[in-house]
Design a binder for this molecule. Structure first.
Ligand code: NAP
Length: 287
């Protein structure tokens, strides 16, 4: 195989953000400005940084952004969600994870107004994903599919193998693909898959979302596959510093791949852009 195409997220993210920004401007002119409100845990590592990056991404696209710390108890969180659900002007809600101890996250997610659920994780929106009807869908899964398209390799009729079945990433990628009429044939692997390599070796498109740094080795990948690495793992280096690492052993896999996403700089920036797009979608669809 020759040099693989490096599928960088930045140009894809830019296209998505620009389209979202122009739609946001039109909505604002109609008095329906998109506004994302997040609930975050100021004590959680990196939460401040993550909230700041969300603010930056929203404001760069002309969206309003506000933040609320997680209240001290689950009941107080439910009260806050009830208030934000009806607050005029707030068009999107986002719950940071991990939530503080004592918070029952699934209950809290189900309490959100599904029309304001910019992550596509409310049971009603996940149900819409199963049915293949329009809604806000999980951003990371959408980003992975965007990167499959960015490869320029058609996936209609191809074999897509997904490693990971979490509801908002691996399983959601499978459902997004299955919702398309001219789609790939989808296989989903998980921790009980008997022989992962025999599955991944059949993949024309290999989408990996495991949270296991460097798990996918060169010998597990077919020559000419398109490889989408969703994994983001902080791995300690010999010198004590930490490095963001994907689930794919890039140096081994890249020479066999037709196209491959790097980590960092691949799926990640596209996920943020898909979140901004979802905020705009929710504002547009709000009754
Ligand atoms: P998760 O909820 O922990 O799910 C991991 C999945 O991988 C599970 O389905 C698990 O199988 C499977 N798995 C784990 N070890 C395995 C093994 N040895 N063999 C086969 N399957 C295995 O994680 P997630 O939320 O889906 O996230 C996955 C990765 O994506 C993480 O690195 C996360 O940080 C990253 N991520 C990236 C972005 C982004 O924007 N780039 C966004 C979200 C998440 P079981 O179901 O059988 O346990």
């Amino acid at each position: 195989m020759g040099e693989p195409v490096l599928l960088k997220g930045a140009p894809v993210a830019k296209r998505i953000r620009e389209a979202a920004a122009s739609e946001a401007a039109a909505l604002k002119a109609e008095g329906r400005e998109p506004h994302l409100s997040v609930i975050f845990d100021p004590k959680a590592p990196d939460a401040r940084m993550y909230a700041d990056s969300q603010r930056k991404a929203c404001e760069a696209a002309g969206l309003k952004f506000s933040e609320n710390p997680y209240p001290a108890s689950h009941d107080a969180l439910i009260d806050l969600i009830d208030r934000l659900n009806v607050e005029r002007g707030i068009t999107g809600l986002f719950l940071h994870t991990p939530a503080p101890a004592g918070i029952r996250l699934e209950e809290a997610r189900a309490r959100m107004d599904p029309e304001r659920d910019v992550e596509g994780i409310h049971p009603a929106n996940l149900g819409a994903l199963v049915l293949g009807v329009p809604a806000a869908f999980p951003c990371t899964a959408e980003a992975a599919v965007e990167m499959m398209r960015e490869s320029g390799v058609p996936y209609a009729g191809a074999r897509a193998v997904i490693v990971g079945r979490s509801p908002t990433v691996g399983r959601a990628v499978a459902l997004l693909l299955l919702a398309e009429k001219k789609s790939a044939t989808v296989t989903v692997c998980h921790s009980a898959t008997a022989d992962i390599a025999s599955e991944t070796l059949r993949a024309d498109f290999l989408i990996v979302a495991m949270g296991k740094p460097g798990f996918i080795r060169g010998a597990m990948v077919r020559e000419g596959a398109v490889v989408i690495d969703v994994g983001t793992n902080m791995v300690k280096q010999a010198d004590g510093t930490e490095k963001l690492t994907g689930d794919v052993a890039f140096a081994e896999v890249a020479p066999k791949a037709r196209a491959i996403t790097p980590v960092p700089g691949g799926v990640g920036p596209v996920t943020t852009a898909c979140l901004v797009r979802n905020v705009v979608r929710c504002a547009r669809n709000m009754k």
